[in-house]
Design a protein around this ligand. Structure first.
Ligand SMILES: [Zn+2]
Length: 121
């Protein structure tokens, strides 16, 4: 759950092909050097990629944080987060706080039921 009240969730059953940006995030996640959490993300605004990054093996090098460090202004953007094994890819609590701080509008990821979940930040 987002660390904030008034969260809006939109859950879509995950059947068949992934939507475009989640598919790109999936490919980015395959470059992750983290054994357990091979994660990748793409930050998109108005149909353009602002940044993308994969998890680094060192603790604290989460893909969301790495991607955000590469851009000056993420306001109003959407972040798509995927995990290489296509399991749960929800951003961790600390990253969710960071997304909020950076004024990212929406996060899209795979929830624990294997569904695509959209969450307004
Ligand atoms: Zn994180």
């Amino acid at each position: 759950m987002f660390p904030r009240s008034g969260v809006q969730l939109k859950t879509i059953p995950y059947l068949g092909e992934l939507p475009r940006w989640l598919n790109l995030a999936l490919r980015v996640s395959e470059d992750s050097t983290h054994d357990q959490f091979k994660m990748g993300c793409v930050i998109v605004k108005s149909g353009s990629i602002l940044a993308l990054a994969a998890n680094h093996h060192q603790w604290g090098r989460h893909c969301e944080k790495r991607a955000l460090s590469r851009i000056d202004n993420a306001e109003g953007s959407t972040i798509y987060v995927m995990r290489a094994n296509r399991r749960i890819s929800k951003p961790c609590f600390r990253c969710l706080l960071l997304l909020k701080e950076k004024q990212i509008r929406k996060a899209v990821y795979i929830n624990r039921l294997g569904q695509i979940e959209e969450c307004r930040v």
